[in-house]
Design a protein around this ligand. Structure first.
Ligand SMILES: [Zn+2]
Length: 261
């Protein structure tokens, strides 16, 4: 789709799909890490959110009814990641499935040696390549965790990572970014972090990040938006790579102000 056609389509959607003020205000209050955005950024975020809700299907599982407010709560956080990118980063999938709480992951995969593994675990979120994002609503509402836990940002970071193949902590970088620098900086930080986990050190982020480079990127993306000042201090080089990738500098807009909308 050409830029003009895409823009025309988006303007058309925005004419008919606006987010009620009361709902936007409520979601805004619940997500303090948005409060440092400028007025222009807030307008852009609200527009991305409205188009996202128009284009994606959010379905409840196990009888969960998805209210408009729940949809905005998920969409606004998903759109924070692509605020300075484009909604096209979410182009290759359609559905978000929301469970009331944690859910059972039950599937098989084949590793690089051809060995089939069966996964059976309790999860709060999952992202499928070119498929749905699955979330636990109970975890979506848990946005005040000290380790920067945020399941929506985590799963949508995986979505960005999977735009160029399997999730591996290497999303499609911009042309002005250095792929070798990204790999070197993330690999070194991952190694250091895994050692900290092994030693039982006090950690700045969720130890789940030590699971794999893909989880390291997703967990750091959560913390990058939710507790950026600490991440900038603990992982300065990684932080700068994330600034270049997301084209945002959340630490510079911290501490959050109390302005509305
Ligand atoms: Zn993950």
């Amino acid at each position: 789709m050409t830029w003009h056609l895409k823009n025309w389509r988006r303007q058309r959607i925005l004419k008919h799909a606006s987010i009620p003020e009361i709902i936007w205000q409520d979601v805004w209050t619940r997500l303090p890490f948005l409060h440092g955005l400028t007025q222009l950024e807030i307008i852009q975020l609200r527009q991305w959110t409205a188009i996202f809700l128009h284009d994606k299907k959010i379905n409840g599982a196990q009888g969960l009814i998805i209210t408009e407010e729940m949809g905005v709560m998920i969409a606004a956080q998903a759109c924070l990641l692509i605020l300075k990118l484009d909604l096209d980063y979410y182009h290759d999938w359609l559905e978000i499935i929301v469970y009331p709480g944690k859910f059972i992951l039950d599937h098989e995969y084949t590793d690089e040696h051809g060995i089939v593994h069966t996964v059976h675990m309790i999860a709060s979120g999952e992202s499928w390549a070119a498929g749905p994002v699955i979330l636990s609503w109970e975890d979506v509402t848990d946005t005040t965790n000290k380790q920067g836990y945020n399941v929506v940002i985590h799963e949508f970071a995986h979505k960005l990572d999977m735009l160029n193949g399997a999730a591996n902590g290497f999303p499609p970088l911009h042309s002005n970014m250095d792929a070798r620098a990204w790999t070197a900086i993330f690999s070194q930080a991952f190694e250091v972090f895994c050692k900290q986990v092994d030693k039982g050190d006090t950690l700045a982020i969720d130890p789940y990040a030590a699971t794999s480079p893909a989880e390291f990127f997703a967990v750091l993306s959560e913390a990058f938006f939710v507790k950026p000042v600490e991440i900038k201090h603990c992982f300065p080089d990684v932080y700068q790579q994330l600034v270049a990738f997301y084209r945002q500098d959340p630490a510079a807009r911290w501490p959050t102000s109390t302005k509305r909308r």
